[in-house]
Structures are given as structure tokens and as C-alpha cells.
Design a protein around this ligand. Structure first.
Ligand code: CP
Ligand code: NVA
Length: 301
């Protein structure tokens, strides 16, 4: 494993290896056992979109690993003024040990990896959010003990989160059902991948149908970063695509609920369901730190 660009690139074994290391790093942190695996290393963090969790967890994680994180806002970099990503990649490779990037196009992340010579980590694109899904898988395994026989149900936009969840959950052996409006289905690349898993994958436009027998329910905002201009149109399109009590009644009694955050209460999830599952959702947010530290150790140590 040279980069973390998308879940499609990872084997099941690589995913499980990252999760195991993440569990170990979490244990060590909680027990005051230092783990300076990245002493003397630097991570550049390029942000073309806002972030709370990704920025703070990478920055803190790098510090805990003995390394040094640099926050690089695209507003201040020449990349924001049109310097090609190919050149940025070749220059930054001479200063840094790794780059985490949050941007719009997946191609930009793939180009950084192609032209640079250091590990690239995708901190979210319009196509996928692998760091989040590694943390989600870590949280599911932590609460449920294993992935065996579990069904993950995603309700909402067939966008970055849905894409990575479909791939990640299928790769670790879970069944996946997703409910999204017809015009907001995941891209062909993801659906083609999922079809290879036969009846372990189901897509419908009925949230109630998708939630039947689910062990984990997950949703995401109706309008992602960069789609703010379509917010009103999306509100209409996604009406009913909400995790609420009625939907929870279709799922297994001990079903857990996850949300990558930020959440829009009373849109994709009700306040009541959110608060009833806040322990799971905030453990998930914490696990971003541990999962990403594991990724950095695998790629940069
Ligand atoms: N879930 C997530 O990536 O959060 P941020 O946008 O705050 O980084
Ligand atoms: N789909 C959301 C995820 C945020 C972490 C977005 O792209 O804004």
C-alpha cells in the first residue's frame, strides 16, 4: 500500500490490517504508551474545503506519532492560483514525508500520487471519503465485535460517503443496502463493483425497504460541500430519506446509527435518533484519529 486514494484500491487484508493497528494505537493512547512511529516526519495537509474533524484529527494524530503537521490552505498555496497539481506534487515531495489532501475532484488526488514521490492520503473528494469509512468500520467492529453477518444500510445521497461505505462494507464481508432517490444514485464505477457481490448488495428508492433487518444505519447530509447552491432543490428530492423512529423500527432492535458529521438535524436524521445514538456517533468521530494514525504509520513509517 503506497497511498490511500480510495477504498476500491485496498484489499480486504489491507483494510483489516489498518483496523487492527488502529485498535492498538487507540489502546496505547488510552494507556499512556507513547508511539512515536513518525518521529522526524512531516505531513502537509492541503484543504480546498472546510473541515473540523479531518483537520484536527490529522494534526493531532501526527503530533502524537512524533511528527510535524503543516496546515496548507489552498487560499494561500499557488495551487489556488492555478499552479498545476503535477508541479505542486513534485515540489512538495522534496520537502514533506506525506500529503493529506481534501479537494473536489478525485483526479487531483490521483494526479498528486502519480506525479509526486511521497504517500498521498485522500481526506475527502466529491467521489469518496476513505478515511471516514475506515473509522466507521473500526467503530462497527468495536460495537458489534465482528463484521460477520452484519447488514449496513445507507439512506440518502449516492455521493462520497455512500460510495466509500458500499465498497468498504462489502470488502469486509457485510451486506449492504442503500436507499437513494433515482437521480442521486452512486456512479457506475461503484454500482459495477457492488454488482459483483450478488445479493449481498441491494439498491432501492424505498428507505423502509432498505432498512429492513439492518444492523448499522448510516446517512449523510443532503447537500455536500460545493452543492450549497442546490440546497433547496435537494431538500425536495431527499424528503423522506431520513433516519427517524419509523425507519429504526424496520431495523434490528440493537441496530447502531453512524453519521460522518456535520449533521443536519431534522433533515437526514431526527434529533431524537441522533441523540439516542450519540455515543456511537461520537466514538466514530474519535475513531477518525486512531484510524488515520494507523494509515499514516502504514504509509509513512
Ligand atoms: N466527517 C468529516 O470529514 O468531518 P470534517 O468535514 O469536519 O472534516
Ligand atoms: N458528503 C459530505 C461529507 C462531509 C464529511 C460532504 O462532502 O460535504
Amino acid at each position: 500500500m503506497k497511498h490511500l486514494l480510495k477504498m476500491l484500491d485496498l484489499s480486504t487484508e489491507e483494510i483489516i490490517d489498518i483496523l487492527n493497528l488502529a485498535d492498538q494505537l487507540k489502546y496505547e493512547l488510552k494507556h499512556g504508551i507513547p508511539h512515536p512511529h513518525l518521529k522526524g516526519k512531516t505531513l502537509g495537509m492541503i484543504f480546498q474545503k472546510a473541515s473540523t474533524r479531518t483537520r484536527v484529527s490529522f494534526e493531532t494524530g501526527m503530533y502524537q506519532l512524533g511528527g510535524y503537521p503543516l496546515f496548507l490552505s489552498s487560499n494561500d498555496l499557488q495551487i489556488g492560483r492555478g499552479e498545476p497539481v503535477q508541479d505542486t506534487a513534485r515540489v512538495l515531495s522534496r520537502y514533506l514525508s506525506g500529503i493529506m489532501i481534501r479537494t473536489f475532484e478525485q483526479k487531483e488526488v490521483e494526479d498528486l500520487a502519480e506525479y509526486g514521490s511521497i504517500p498521498i492520503i485522500n481526506g475527502l473528494t466529491d467521489f469518496c471519503h476513505p478515511c471516514q469509512v475506515l473509522a466507521d468500520l473500526m467503530t462497527i467492529r468495536e460495537f458489534k465485535g465482528s463484521f460477520d453477518g452484519l447488514k449496513m444500510c445507507f439512506i440518502g445521497d449516492g455521493n462520497n460517503m455512500a460510495n466509500s461505505l458500499i465498497v468498504g462494507c462489502l470488502k469486509v464481508g457485510m451486506s449492504v443496502s442503500i436507499a437513494c432517490p433515482d437521480d442521486y444514485q452512486p456512479p457506475k464505477e461503484i454500482l459495477d463493483f457492488a454488482k459483483g457481490y450478488g445479493d449481498k448488495f441491494e439498491m432501492t428508492n424505498s428507505p423502509m425497504q432498505a432498512a429492513k433487518g439492518a444492523d448499522v444505519l448510516i446517512t449523510d447530509v443532503w447537500a455536500s460541500m460545493g452543492q450549497e447552491g442546490e440546497a433547496e432543490k435537494r431538500k425536495k428530492a431527499f424528503e423522506g430519506y431520513q433516519i427517524n423512529d419509523e425507519l429504526m423500527a424496520q431495523a434490528n432492535e440493537d441496530a447502531m446509527v453512524l453519521h460522518c458529521l456535520p449533521a443536519h438535524r431534522e433533515e437526514e436524521i431526527t434529533e431524537k435518533v441522533f441523540e439516542a445514538h450519540a455515543n456511537e456517533i461520537f466514538e466514530e468521530a474519535e475513531n477518525r484519529l486512531h484510524a488515520q494514525k494507523a494509515v499514516m504509520v502504514k504509509l509513512m513509517a
